[in-house]
Design a protein around this ligand. Structure first.
Ligand code: AMP
Length: 638
């Protein structure tokens, strides 16, 4: 067995060992429990040893170790302990139904399943669920279950003021076998296990540190699920690499997030709308006008005020989320303004450019009106949009410098990422000089599939060689770099960055330079609609629909049609002010006239009460089109 307080010298452990031991690594927002960097690696060693004990061996290199652990310090320790055992960490999402988790367990061939006491029942339920059949004709089978290890409630030992020393071994094969496995969201296919070797994970973290400049002074509010690349790499592992502090506030609740963000800027956390606000962060006092309303709004003490009183008072400097989180924050802020104006004002200060160093949006397209509304609310913060996926981590991003944040664009390839566009029809690599102007005018714009390569890209789909072979293409023989390209299945165009604003001049770093920027048009399989010989980007139409005052939410889909091949279909949720009046296809066409070419205007419309999304705010369009447009499938009535 490895000696108790020794870890392999993986880059992440090397980085953590170099951080100030007294600095904060993790905070539980609602209880205030705080864990410092000095205690982290000793805790990781102890859990790694428990894993070895459960496995009854000290070499589990490359084995898949699944875990069901709440978003907390315990998650961080468990995740790192699996890497320390040079195994593949497989985080499971607790709210997933048991058959889905059973599918992941059996598809991955997980040898161990770790869980905290909270998920003891869930674990039993999952293990007593038969594995789903690989195909509908086959019978379900019960595979040998993984060894189960129930972890104790709190994995953080209380070290007092001194920390044990952990030594890092210096073995050439240290990282061998270690990695992270995440399952794709399965919105276009059955979930696939994406194997990210430790080297890819490290390359992803380093790329983000270079681009977004995480520092030891950053405090990140973590509101995302931890079975997805966004929450795991961008919001957890990268800040740990950089020595930032991570504060967990999960599950996401817009009201709690506002209260947490506002707390450092309130005179007294009990004020909750009664007093003026004061910024205490970094020792500077900031006086705010509270828009005159507060005299009239002595809001009654609400139960949440207790929560606010206990919340940490360090300011949050880093926030990364999906567009639906920003949308929910915006609508919740409007209510807060009525009930607790001082708190609402403090919250605005908290997200302003002077205090929130970075606010990032991604994992789905950011609608222009949402970005604009956030800019108004925060008095100037332009959300930084980036594009990525489970298989590659983050691939394209706008820059930290405000000049490098371009509406509708996902910027430039991140450090270490090589990107190209490949014509969907001819397979030809689209030359860099065929871009149109920023508004898409210019006529030479060519859409193509985004293909990527570099050290951040995953190795394979687990136990699925045919899918792996399908999604990679070999380099051209004349290419000096023989690395294979990953086919993302996403379609994009490159356009010239808006002139005069200084975009792409390298202010955000050399990677964010060049006069052309990338715009994602959507997934080829779900968002590129082929109608009467034309190609329509669902994301472009959604963007326009969402900028109409009548529309609160929109999904644009390909509806099968005998006459057109596909028709552009729109599913919308109306805004509160429009709900009673309804909205007919005629109204939609009139509203979109002049905004979109006529072939892009949806031919069929359905108004619904809600559009279902997964934990990352994504819509399963295949399912939605079946549910909503079932009557239109023969579709020649238009
Ligand atoms: P996931 O693997 O669940 O993170 O999903 C990745 C997919 O989300 C990508 O293939 C894109 O289709 C989509 N996506 C991620 N970021 C963006 C973005 N900024 N704009 C548009 N689509 C995005």
């Amino acid at each position: 067995m490895a000696s108790s307080l020794t870890l392999p010298k993986l880059p992440v452990f090397d980085a953590i060992a170099g951080h100030d031991p007294q600095s904060t690594a993790v905070v539980h927002c609602l209880t205030g429990r705080t864990f410092r960097y000095g205690g982290l690696l000793p805790d990781v060693c102890r859990v790694r040893d428990r894993i070895y004990a459960a496995a009854r061996k000290s070499d589990i290199r490359g084995e898949r170790v699944a875990f069901l652990v709440e978003n907390s310090y315990d998650y961080v320790v468990t995740f790192l302990a699996i890497l320390a055992a040079r195994a593949i960490a497989l985080p499971l999402s607790p709210p997933f139904p048991a058959p889905e988790l059973q599918y992941i367990l059996s598809q991955s061939g997980a040898s161990l399943l770790l869980h905290t006491p909270r998920y003891a029942e869930k674990t039993k339920e999952v293990l007593s669920t038969p594995s789903p059949p690989p195909s509908p004709r086959q019978k379900p089978e019960l595979k040998p279950p993984p060894t189960v290890l129930e972890l104790p409630k709190h994995l953080g030992a209380d070290p007092g003021s001194s920390y044990e020393t952990v030594s890092l071994s210096d073995d050439a094969g240290d990282a061998e076998g270690a990695g992270l496995m995440l399952y794709t969201s399965g919105t276009t296919d059955r979930p696939k296990g994406v194997l990210l070797p430790e080297s890819a994970v490290t390359a992803q973290c380093r790329s983000l540190i270079e681009a977004w400049k995480y520092t030891t002074a950053d405090r990140l509010l973590h509101v995302l699920p931890l079975h997805h690349i966004h929450g795991t790499i961008n919001a957890l592992l990268t800040p740990l690499f950089a020595g930032s502090s991570i504060e967990f506030l999960f599950p996401f609740n817009a009201d709690s997030v506002w209260r947490r963000l506002a707390t450092p800027f309130l005179d007294s956390p009990h004020a909750n709308g009664v007093n003026g606000t004061r910024g205490s962060a970094n020792g500077t006092d900031i006086k705010h006008r509270t828009n005159g309303l507060l005299h009239h709004h002595a809001a009654p003490e609400q139960p949440e005020s207790r929560v606010t009183a206990d919340m940490p008072r360090e300011k949050i400097t880093f926030f990364t989320a999906v567009p639906t989180v920003y949308a929910r924050l915006l609508s919740s802020h409007a209510q807060l303004q009525q009930s607790s104006p001082a708190l609402a004002e403090a919250a605005r200060t908290a997200v302003s450019p002077a205090h929130m160093r970075v606010s990032i949006s991604g994992s789905a397209a950011l609608p222009t009106p949402l970005g604009r509304a956030w800019r108004e609310l925060s008095r100037g913060t332009v959300l930084l949009e980036r594009y990525g996926m489970t298989e590659v981590g983050m691939a394209l991003s706008c820059g930290l410098d405000p000049a490098d944040r371009i509406d509708g664009s996902v910027g430039w390839p991140l450090p270490g990422v090589e990107a190209r566009l490949v014509d969907l029809d001819t397979g030809e690599v689209i030359p860099e000089d065929t871009e149109a102007d920023g508004d898409g005018a210019g006529g030479r714009e060519r859409a193509g599939e985004i293909q990527l390569r570099g050290p951040t890209v995953f190795r394979e789909y687990w136990n699925n060689p045919s899918a792996t072979a399908r999604e990679f293409v070999a380099a051209d023989p004349s290419d000096s770099n023989q690395g294979r390209w990953f086919r993302t299945g996403d379609v994009a165009v490159r356009r010239r960055a808006p002139a005069g604003a200084g975009a792409g001049t390298g202010r955000s770093g050399p990677w964010a330079s060049g006069g052309t920027v990338w715009f994602v048009l959507g997934r080829q399989s779900a968002d590129i609609i082929k109608t009467g010989g034309e190609k329509v980007s669902a994301l472009e139409v959604e963007r326009e629909l969402l900028s109409l005052p009548e529309v609160a939410e929109a999904a644009v889909l390909a509806v099968p049609s005998g006459k057109w091949g596909q028709k552009v279909g729109a599913v919308v949720v109306l805004s509160a002010s429009q709900r009673d009046r309804g909205w007919r296809p005629m109204d939609m066409r009139r509203a979109l006239r002049g905004r979109l070419a006529s072939y892009k205007v949806p031919q069929v419309l359905r108004v619904v009460d809600r559009i279902e999304r997964n934990a990352m705010g994504k819509i399963n369009k295949k399912e939605l089109v079946r549910k909503v447009f079932v009557d239109d499938f023969s579709g020649d009535e238009m």
